[in-house]
Design a binder for this molecule. Structure first.
Ligand code: ATP
Ligand code: MG
Length: 437
């Protein structure tokens, strides 16, 4: 992509409404634009990142055996009356009336909707286990939308729902998602801690929040310091016992969200207990038959008897993760994208656009990178060199290649690692090899 043909409305100054780094940097890099409180348009650079995160989340859900569907954003109010949540949800739910005076709502979550799909189609234990997920926009009329897309009113969530014959089996589904979450966050370059958590309005007997540590996080978290040394489980098929073993290992260290943290229950020695702030990037729930009982979602078991199906639900805040990753990966000059998430792999800077030698060398390397399948953003504009460097640092692509008249005389380009700041002089051919390798 040539910057001259791209749409990336960057800002030189810090926007005054932004209180935290991710919000400030997302606005400055031209990733999003606010439409109204807590509601944003995603501009090209931001959307690329959102899609990259979505892709990793999707791949890990698929690997864990979940099946992707797409449920609507607008749901009928009657479904929520069946579970008794229509009134309970209160003002966070955006209620809508259609032209026929039917009551509808913009879904804040989809337990009811997916339970309805299940009950109309699945009748026998032989069709279980089943796990259905979608990646869809939610609306919650938050009292205090803030920190940009981090606490939005409209936000993108991956939500999965598992169905099993009994609570023992749905615990296996829960554990499988627990392990899939550990892998998902690791691939996103994040160290996520699973905390014992409150189930809130979703309900149920077992729940974990996944949080990443950040001083600007909204939740207070308490954990045993050694939980940070645990290694992400490697990729493999796991038996129910092996899944349980991974979950046991991760939950053997104390880690609790603030509402769950009771000193009298916490036995961690003072020096081992860490208190910090964190960002909730996922939340999983095991709630058994709460919805299936209320909504008549039964299956016939092997004994011929009908029982309400046992369920869990599993959320990941896909749009919040964009901010979460920036909070954990930036410096004073801008964002530092992990390679898998970055909108482009490399930024190519032409230090002297209009100079024949520079243009030729840049155009040539640009074409070769594209042929090699390397995503490249080519700053071919006539901006000043300083401005070009600052912009590349701001948008945080993992690599930068700068071509200027002086280097070209000795046949070299500058090759920079955004994260470490380390610069090397390489021939254009070697730069190509490093990026295409
Ligand atoms: P929070 O405690 O942050 O309000 P929640 O417990 O209400 O979140 P869940 O119902 O567990 O949220 O939703 C699953 C995930 O969706 C959360 O872990 C979070 O990452 C994300 N999420 C929830 N609310 C928002 C929001 N207003 N803006 C962006 N992401 C959100
Ligand atoms: Mg939650």
């Amino acid at each position: 992509m040539r910057l001259s043909r791209f749409f990336m409305p960057t800002l030189k100054e810090d926007p005054k409404e932004a209180q935290i780094a991710s919000h400030r940097l997302m606005l400055r890099a031209g990733m999003v634009q606010q439409s109204s409180a807590g509601i944003y348009s995603w501009l090209p650079l931001g959307l690329m990142v959102l899609k990259n995160i979505e892709k990793i989340v999707r791949e890990e859900q698929n690997k864990a055996g979940a099946l992707e569907i797409l449920m609507p954003t607008i749901q009928p109010a009657d479904l929520w009356r069946e579970s008794n949540r229509y009134d309970d949800y209160g003002k966070e739910m955006l209620r809508i009336t259609d032209r026929h005076n039917r009551e509808m709502l913009f879904g804040p979550t989809n337990e009811e909707q997916v339970t309805d799909i299940f009950r109309s189609n699945v009748k026998s234990y032989k069709d279980l286990p089943l796990n259905l997920y979608h990646i869809q926009w939610k609306f919650r009329d938050e009292v205090r939308p803030r920190f940009g897309i981090m606490r939005g009113r409209e936000f993108l969530m991956k939500d999965a729902y598992s169905f099993d014959l009994d609570p023992e089996k749905s615990k296996i589904a829960y554990n499988r998602m627990f392990v899939a979450y550990l892998k998902t966050y690791a691939r996103l370059g994040l160290q996520a801690i699973p905390l014992r958590a409150d189930t809130g309005p979703i309900g149920g007997d077992l729940s974990h929040e996944f949080i990443i540590l950040a001083d600007t996080g909204e939740s207070e978290v308490f954990y045993h310091k050694d939980i940070l040394n645990l290694e992400t489980p490697e990729e493999k098929e796991r038996t129910p016992e092996e899944l349980q073993a991974v979950v046991d290992e991760w939950t053997s260290y104390y880690a609790a969200a603030d509402e769950m943290h009771k000193p009298e229950e916490c036995t961690v020695a003072e020096g081992d207990l860490i208190t910090r702030r964190g960002i909730e990037v996922g939340h999983i729930f095991h709630f058994g038959d709460k919805y299936s009982k209320a909504m008549g979602a039964n299956v016939t078991g092997p004994d011929g008897k009908d029982v309400p199906v046992s369920m869990g639900s599993y959320g990941i805040g896909v749009s919040r993760l964009v901010g979460g990753i920036i909070e954990s990966s930036h410096d004073e000059n801008g964002i530092i994208w992990p390679e898998e998430i970055s909108p482009f792999k490399v930024g190519l800077i032409n230090l002297k656009s209009g100079d024949d030698a520079c243009d030729t060398a840049c155009d040539d390397l640009y074409a070769k990178l594209q042929n090699a399948g390397v995503d490249v953003l080519y700053d071919d504009t006539s901006d000043r060199a300083g401005g070009k460097f600052a912009k590349m640092d701001l948008i945080g692509l993992p690599w930068q290649v700068t071509i200027g008249p002086r280097g070209l005389k000795s046949g070299v380009v500058e090759f920079k690692n955004r994260a470490t700041g380390v610069k090397e002089e390489l021939s254009p051919e070697d730069a190509l090899k490093r990026l295409a390798g």
